[in-house]
Design a protein around this ligand. Structure first.
Ligand SMILES: Cc1cc2nc3c(=O)[nH]c(=O)nc-3n(C[C@H](O)[C@H](O)[C@H](O)COP(=O)(O)OP(=O)(O)OC[C@H]3O[C@@H](n4cnc5c(N)ncnc54)[C@H](O)[C@@H]3O)c2cc1C
Ligand SMILES: NC(=O)c1ccc[n+]([C@@H]2O[C@H](COP(=O)([O-])OP(=O)(O)OC[C@H]3O[C@@H](n4cnc5c(N)ncnc54)[C@H](OP(=O)(O)O)[C@@H]3O)[C@@H](O)[C@H]2O)c1
Ligand SMILES: Cc1cc2nc3c(=O)[nH]c(=O)nc-3n(C[C@H](O)[C@H](O)[C@H](O)COP(=O)(O)O)c2cc1C
Length: 618
């Protein structure tokens, strides 16, 4: 077939060029070009810098793998702890469905690995948690894929979207591991992996566009099916999408109350904050979190500006699209100034006249660098490595955007219509000779007045939800601020008149000063909303007592609850508590279920797979 001026929109020169090119292309090249052109059209109608970046991704030779013509099955698998990767997976699945693909959208631990070979396309969207660890609902799949049992995947084409936070040592490690392993198993990458920092929306959209563009010529089968969803359905949770407010457009929530929950004499300060959602259209479910856009400490901002001798009122660019603000507001609201990372130091090097900074950045000084950035902030860097050639206008090239902080919701919307309650513990410590405070918890403890407005969004967490069956028993382990979502759970069960039994394990330092929401639990116990409460106050006795000790003391009964279908929830510290509670659970299952350690691990994995062991840990 030849193109002519009469049967096409092209000029005779263009038609001639195309007629020359097309017969030289292989089938694979033709298919790829089809996808490329669809995407090229999309990106060139309004070529923003981010879109150009996608084009760059598409131009990378490794992207050039081609979709065949036949109807296609795509598996979109997510591993997500706090819901981000899951939400993005839903978005990709919808896009591929629109393109005519048969799509399976699934949490990794719900996906049958023997289906892997059936998928022509495999898309992995996964975050990294812990210290470079997979999220809970990715763990079994991660282990399977990295084991000897993993199948060869020569026929599979794939791409990975990795979510992470560049301030962690193992940035996006889980996504990187999947990417490398799939390639090792013979699968072919159709779009390069995209590693996303906390401000992931734009990069994730680029990746989704790139995938969609690369596939657009492949999935046009009219027989295309609706998205098959296994695991927790992305669309089943309350959609804050019904509201005009979101992560990228936060709602200014009025502060209705801000109380310290700790008694006089406590060495901790925990704020119970009530916010109004009136007029927002926002809704949430117990288990969801609120994202808070905070502000830096004004004293730290002042110190930075006066150290550099700049003018507070100078106008600086803060956004990629050229948005501006005063220097003071930019440092107060927009940029992160309390965390140092290697990429940040690398960016500052061109503004530094200090050879020691260049020395620190050398690969052989990796450990020294790690040690330096730990616990130091931007002001430390400025003071330690003078002289600087920065102008205020250079900040945008160096500092990342201040990320929002997440807080587990401590209220039920049914119990408190148009309100959301948070439990925020103040972070305070001394490091490198200076008193330091958590950005958000410092702000909410010290400067957030009743009547002020706090920019927030709702972060759905489909992986931390009450059982659908209100008769199912629930066991909740939540020391410290980890107890917050359980206030929401129990309030919700009270409102719904749920009949299921409930058991709370709570712990903190001292009974007298640190028993968060004590009167709530006591009322709920009296009224039968809470069936059992076990507490562990770690610093009231010579020997420390933690929640897991109370679990072990009640091991037989706890196992019976699990056998009766209880759902197990753990919230709070990720680093130590969650691991120790996990170990205690394994012990209890082994001891009272008469199981070997391996069988106990399988039992717990199965609970996790059934959504009966859920964790919200940080
Ligand atoms: C899903 C989820 C739910 C959460 N729910 C809650 C909640 O209900 N309540 C709550 O209070 N928090 C909760 N958090 C934690 C919360 O998001 C913030 O991380 C926390 O409030 C600290 O934020 P910040 O801005 O005050 O401190 P940041 O400015 O972020 O500082 C915290 C950092 O300071 C450093 N640091 C802290 N202590 C020390 C120390 N002793 N020595 C050296 N360095 C130290 C650590 O690097 C730490 O990461 C949750 C987190 C997640 C992900
Ligand atoms: N990722 C982040 O940015 C971030 C920010 C803020 C807080 N956090 C973490 O979130 C956690 C929650 O903080 P929190 O202030 O609400 O409470 P917390 O520090 O976890 O303390 C609550 C209770 O748990 C006890 N505890 C300590 N180690 C434990 C363990 N291994 N197993 C069981 N219980 C243990 C504490 O005892 P003792 O104190 O007496 O040992 C205390 O009685 C903190 O551990 C903190 O590290 C993370
Ligand atoms: C407790 C905790 C640990 C984390 N550890 C890492 C890490 O080791 N590496 C990393 O790149 N990101 C880390 N992150 C950042 C998350 O990957 C990031 O917030 C991501 O957007 C979460 O996506 P999800 O909601 O799909 O789980 C961590 C986040 C939390 C709360």
């Amino acid at each position: 077939m030849q193109l002519h001026v009469t049967n096409s929109p092209f000029t005779s020169e263009q038609a001639e060029l195309i007629n020359k090119l097309l017969p030289t292309l292989t089938q694979a090249q033709l298919s790829w070009l089809g996808g490329y052109l669809t995407f090229y059209h999309g990106t060139n109608t309004k070529a923003s810098p981010s879109e150009l970046a996608v084009t760059r991704v598409l131009e990378t030779p490794a992207v050039v793998d081609v979709a065949p013509k036949v109807p296609q099955e795509a598996a979109v698998l997510f591993g997500s702890q706090t819901g981000n990767a899951q939400r993005l997976a839903g978005r990709l699945a919808d896009r591929l469905k629109e393109q005519g693909f048969t799509v399976t959208l699934s949490a990794m631990n719900q996906y049958k690995p023997n289906n892997l070979k059936k998928a022509h396309y495999l898309f992995i969207l996964v975050s990294t948690h812990g210290e470079g660890d997979p999220p809970d609902n990715a763990l079994t799949f991660y282990e399977f894929l990295h084991s000897k049992r993993a199948p060869r995947l020569e026929e599979t084409k794939f791409s990975v979207l990795a979510l992470g936070d560049i301030s962690y040592e193992f940035f996006c490690k889980t996504g990187q591991d999947f990417d490398a392993r799939l390639a090792e198993l013979g699968a072919r990458r159709i779009v390069e992996r995209m590693d996303c920092d906390v401000d992931f929306e734009e990069s994730a959209a680029e990746w989704i566009n790139a995938v969609s563009g690369a596939l657009s010529s492949a999935g046009t089968s009219p027989a295309a099916e609706a998205v098959t969803v296994s695991g927790t359905a992305v669309t089943s949770v309350t959609a804050p999408g019904q509201s005009e407010y979101s992560r990228s457009r936060p709602f200014m929530a009025e502060v209705l109350d801000n109380l310290n929950l700790n008694g006089r004499g406590s060495d901790r300060e925990t704020r119970h904050i009530e916010l109004s959602l009136e007029g927002s259209g926002l809704s949430y479910e117990p288990g969801d979190a609120v994202g808070v856009y905070s502000q830096n400490d004004p004293l730290l901002v002042q110190d930075i500006i006066s150290f550099l001798g700049w003018d507070l009122e100078e106008t600086v660019v803060i956004g990629k699209s050229g948005e501006t603000s005063s220097l003071y507001d930019a440092l107060l609201h927009h940029f992160e100034i309390t965390v140092l990372t290697r990429p940040l130091l690398e960016k500052t090097i061109s503004f530094s006249g200090n050879s020691e900074l260049a020395e620190l950045l050398k690969p052989e000084n990796k450990e020294k660098m790690k040690e330096y950035i730990d616990g130091r902030d931007f002001l430390d860097l400025l003071r330690d490595y003078t002289p600087w050639t920065f102008t205020a206008g250079d900040l945008a090239a160096v500092l990342r955007r201040l990320p929002p902080r997440l807080y587990s919701i401590a209220s039920s919307l049914n119990a408190h219509p148009e309100e959301v309650h948070l439990t925020i513990r103040k972070v305070e410590y001394e490091a490198h000779g200076r008193e330091r405070k958590g950005v958000c918890s410092g702000y909410t403890s010290e400067r957030l007045e009743v009547g002020a407005q706090l920019p927030i969004f709702i972060q759905q967490n489909p992986n931390f939800k009450l059982p659908i069956n209100a008769d199912a028993p629930v066991i909740m382990v939540g020391p410290g601020t980890g107890v917050a979502p359980f206030r929401a759970f129990l309030e919700e069960r009270e409102e719904l008149g749920a009949k299921g039994k409930s058991w709370l394990f709570y712990g903190d330092r001292h009974f007298v000063t640190d028993f968060l929401y004590q009167t709530d639990w006591q009322r709920m116990l009296q009224e039968g909303i809470l069936t059992k409460l076990d507490v562990a106050f770690s610093r009231d006795t010579d020997e420390k007592v933690y929640v897991q000790q109370r679990m072990l003391e009640n091991g037989r009964e706890l196992y019976e609850w699990l056998q009766d279908g209880a759902h197990m929830y753990v919230c709070g510290d990720e680093k130590y508590m969650a691991h120790d509670v996990h170990a205690a659970l394994l012990f209890i299952i082994g001891q009272y279920g008469g199981k070997s350690p391996e069988a106990a691990a399988v039992y717990l994995e199965e609970l996790q797979g059934q959504g009966r062991y859920q964790r919200d840990v940080y």
